[in-house]
Write a protein that binds this ligand. Sequence first.
Ligand SMILES: Cc1ncc(COP(=O)(O)O)c(C=O)c1O
Length: 390
Amino acid sequence: MKPPKFHTRAARGTAPIDEKTGALSVPIVQTASFTLEPGAAGRAVVAGEAEGYFYGRFANPTTAVFERDVAALEGAEAALAFTSGMAAISTTVLAHVGAGDHLVTQRQLYGGTAIFFAEQLPRLGVELTYLEEPEAETVAAAIRPQTKLVYLETPSNPLLRLVDIEATSRAAAAAGVPVIFDNTFATPYLQRPLELGATYTVHSATKYFGGHDVIGGVLTGPADRLHRIRNTLYKDLGVAPAPAVSYHLLRGLKTMPLRMDRHCANAQAMAEFLAAHDKVKTVYYPGLPQHPGHELARRQMSQFGGILAFELADGEAARRFVEALELCVFAVSLGDALTLVQHPPGMTHGVFEAEKEAGAGMGPGFIRLSAGLEDADDIIADLAQALDRT
Ligand SMILES: Cc1ncc(COP(=O)(O)O)c(C=O)c1O
């Protein structure tokens, strides 16, 4: 038989039928602790030198299936699951940098990451370089002997800026520095950074993996590096997800590519509608030929994603638009079955200084949309009537 394709692999996972029970759903192993063999065998498990479970803060069998499934879809040797996307990001970054070290990143970032970088890393003695133009040349030029990690995000939240994964990964690799990509917006269905030379990917599993019932995160990358992180900061910080959360994320993974097809098709239809509307100044969506990252997106993504943004005349127009919506829901986050609308200058990127900087480029009338799973005609009718009343 030919190797199964993406939808098949997502639907089946790496363990489609539980070996012990025959269950078609992965059982939730709801326990804090596991019995150990006395002596050297048990000690080896505790030390992380042998396979096995002993305490839920290190590993759990339900979570282990989720980790294997994500690794398989991302084309990674291993994955490590976390309580949230931010737990995955902060733990991984802290596993690489300490006092006297240097991190290279980009200006336009998810607001939570921007705040963590700005408020925590300098306090710990870590220096940062923020790239306005994250490209191979600027990454190479920013790397110093003290640089321990390059941290990038593509497409970026919320401005949908694209970074060339292959070129920047090559630049980091040439200097011997690991590079991590936040792959939340794309998912491994649309984009697999490790195949293009990245060392790690990180995801807010809250978004397209879970489809929004739970908060979770996941890191993927080389097995030896992830093993080291699990046995150091991961257990020190206590960031392992509850097994029931892993169960929900496993269920989400089965339908993730199916949902992504719909999110992407709806986002494209919404972007085309908005681009032709006379009250809309600019539309940000990599699927539009006029988007500066369109050609790059065609190269490194299989579709253009479910998130788009646009600019109205001013903050007052944005407020009136949001208030006039009847179907779309005003809420933070993304990847939900419902179409979600955000006004970042007045919400996620308008409260903290670091977020404002990360969102530089957004005008006061900037609106972000996370395309849901509804019929595109219904979403567009709602956008149209709200624009009429703006
Ligand atoms: C691109 C991106 N990365 C990371 C995160 C953080 O994930 P979580 O909210 O699961 O901690 C988010 C959340 O919105 C995000 O949009």
